[in-house]
Design a protein around this ligand. Structure first.
Ligand code: PHE
Length: 366
């Protein structure tokens, strides 16, 4: 056995072994053609099990007088290998980056669709469809201004100066107040404008935008849409109203049951709400506390709009002879109709203008 100060000529840390380790490491580094290959080279020649790492460990066991020179030699060798690895890494990375940039090159001269096709807003589309249902029956479309005289919006509709709907909490009044202008709170003033301007008989619908000082949440928006209907002719009854509304309900929702329920509006007498059978529970939740329905609050019905026989006072305010003519009117929210028809749960989606919402409801399919 050799004495510690006379090492075996082939020890891992001797000059010749270290030179061989360096040479084989440098050859492998030069041969590596990618950073992935270089990674394997690094593990073999600079990893914890590499010849130089083993040599380094062997140095630790040497006698102090040998350790210094051997340690310096192995340390310098490892530094050389590490430097060669780093240089090759830089070279290969640069080559790979160039190749990647070439592969991912984008031809900016290729034609692109700078103006992708739009989509009618579901509310606009639905207003057209609602109008079409009546145009198909020979009715006319009527329109009126959104900035409206308070007399048209309230007084002529039998809502006197002290009617609660005139409160500033509901109505947006427009400055200067003495001009008595409001943002119309419903489409009913178009009834008045129509009776004042068109010859009898009258069969009209008015789809339009209305304004209320409402909160903005999932079921309320301060600017929304209604469709108003008005018929004035000889011999018009509540039965005609129910028939027209049933026709509209079927056109919108398919086979759905409707009911009219007594209510109050100053401009109709008698007045009613038109309800639709609940789409979710179809009435099954009524009197069933164990199986409540959130859509209809277990009522079995959901409110769709208001309606009634035109109040003779309204006919009189428009110069129509209430002894000869009678009429019916109805009005419902377009947003509400869209909610029911397309299961659109949040009204805020309807005002955000996100094209994805419009595309999802494309064509207004049920
Ligand atoms: N204008 C009423 C509203 O906005 C709805 C309605 C219209 C009621 C026509 C009856 C007749 O609530």
């Amino acid at each position: 056995m050799s004495a510690p100060d006379s090492p075996a000529p082939d020890s891992a840390w001797d000059d010749a072994s270290v030179e061989r380790s360096i040479a084989s490491a440098e050859a492998a580094i030069a041969a590596a053609q990618s950073t992935a290959e270089l990674k394997a080279v690094r593990l073999a020649h600079d990893g914890p099990k590499s010849a130089l790492a083993l040599a380094n460990r062997a140095v630790g066991g040497l006698a102090p007088q040998l350790r210094r020179a051997a340690g310096a030699r192995v340390g310098a060798a490892r530094h050389r290998v590490a430097t060669a690895l780093a240089e090759r890494q830089d070279q290969l990375q640069a080559v790979e980056l160039t190749a990647q940039l070439a592969a991912e090159r984008v031809d900016v001269t290729l034609p692109v669709d700078l103006a992708p096709p739009g989509q009618p807003h579901p509310i606009s589309a639905l207003m057209e469809q609602l109008g079409d249902v009546f145009v198909a029956m020979g009715w006319e479309i009527a329109e009126g201004p959104e900035l409206e005289a308070a007399w048209m919006n309230f007084d002529a509709l039998n809502m006197g100066p002290h009617h609660p709907a005139r409160a500033t909490s509901d109505t947006l009044f427009v400055d200067p107040v003495e001009h008595n202008l409001v943002m119309r709170t419903h489409t009913s003033p178009v009834q008045i404008r129509t009776m004042l301007s068109r010859p009898l008989p009258i069969y009209i619908v008015c789809p339009g935008q209305v304004y209320r000082a409402d909160e903005f949440d999932a079921t309320h928006v301060p600017v929304f849409h209604q469709i108003e209907g008005l018929v004035v002719d000889r011999g018009i009854t509540l039965g005609h109203l129910k028939g027209a509304l049933d026709h509209l309900a079927r056109a919108m929702f398919g086979q759905v049951r409707t009911r009219i329920r007594p209510s109050y509006f100053p401009f109709t007498e008698p007045s009613a709400e038109i309800d639709l059978e609940c789409f979710v529970c179809h009435g099954a939740s009524v009197d069933q506390p164990d199986a409540p329905c959130r859509t209809c609050s277990s009522e079995g019905w959901i409110e769709w709009g208001g309606c009634g026989v035109v109040n003779p006072r309204v006919l009189a305010a428009c110069g129509v002879d209430a002894e000869v003519y009678s009429g019916f009117a109805f009005g419902m929210g377009v947003e509400r109709t869209l909610m029911f028809r397309n299961a659109a749960a949040d009204m805020r989606d309807m005002v955000e203008g996100d094209i994805r919402f419009s595309r999802a409801l494309k064509g207004g399919a049920r």
